[in-house]
Design a protein around this ligand. Structure first.
Ligand SMILES: C[S@@+](CC[C@H](N)C(=O)[O-])C[C@H]1O[C@@H](n2cnc3c(N)ncnc32)[C@H](O)[C@@H]1O
Length: 167
């Protein structure tokens, strides 16, 4: 929905196409530009609720015979959407901030790790811009840490916006 209560274009398009949220179009655009998800990929989707990225990720795995998997993690319990998802998609309820890298790896096919890690994590907005930006930065750094290894500022409490912007 748009801020004024009238459903906006993307909200209506998501409904028409069977996506559970308009955020689907963000990943569709990213995928169009970067082709991150290839047939048979193993995808980890951090902050997956309500599941629109799970839907788009699954659509990009190609036919069932090609294999692949999509694992979604969210702090909220989330059901796999019934449309655009198949048996290759599953969800786990967990807080990514305290998720160990080893535990994430165990969730991947044969424990071999994921070929793509997506993150659309965002915490509830407090309205205090600096607080929200810092939290958002922490979630982003955590995702980066899971994807590429330990990032020193992630584990400390001082994930400053300036260091994120410089990085
Ligand atoms: C913008 S929504 C994601 C939308 C999703 N990509 C989709 O297309 O349906 C952000 C999600 O991040 C989740 N989130 C925020 N902090 C989290 C954390 N520490 N661990 C796991 N999930 C988190 C929220 O619960 C929320 O569902």
């Amino acid at each position: 929905m748009s801020g004024v209560g009238t459903p906006d274009f993307f909200y209506r398009e998501a409904q028409r196409l069977g996506y559970v949220a308009r955020s689907a179009f963000k990943l569709i655009q990213i995928q169009k530009q970067y082709k991150l998800i290839t047939p048979g990929a193993s995808v980890l989707d951090l902050g997956c609720a309500p599941g629109a990225w799970l839907q788009v990720a699954c659509q990009n795995l190609g036919p069932l015979e090609r294999g692949g998997s999509v694992v979604g993690i969210d702090i909220k319990d989330v059901k796999v959407p019934s449309s655009h998802c198949d048996s290759r998609v599953r969800t786990v309820c967990a807080d990514v901030m305290s998720l160990l890298k080893e535990r994430a790896r165990v969730l991947s096919p044969q424990g071999r790790g994921f070929s793509v890690i997506l993150s659309d994590m965002c915490s509830s907005v407090s309205g205090i811009a600096t607080k929200d930006a810092a939290l958002s930065c922490k979630l982003g750094m955590r995702a980066l840490s899971l994807a590429v290894g330990k990032i020193s500022s992630v584990d400390s409490d001082d994930c400053e916006l300036s260091s994120f912007l410089v990085a």
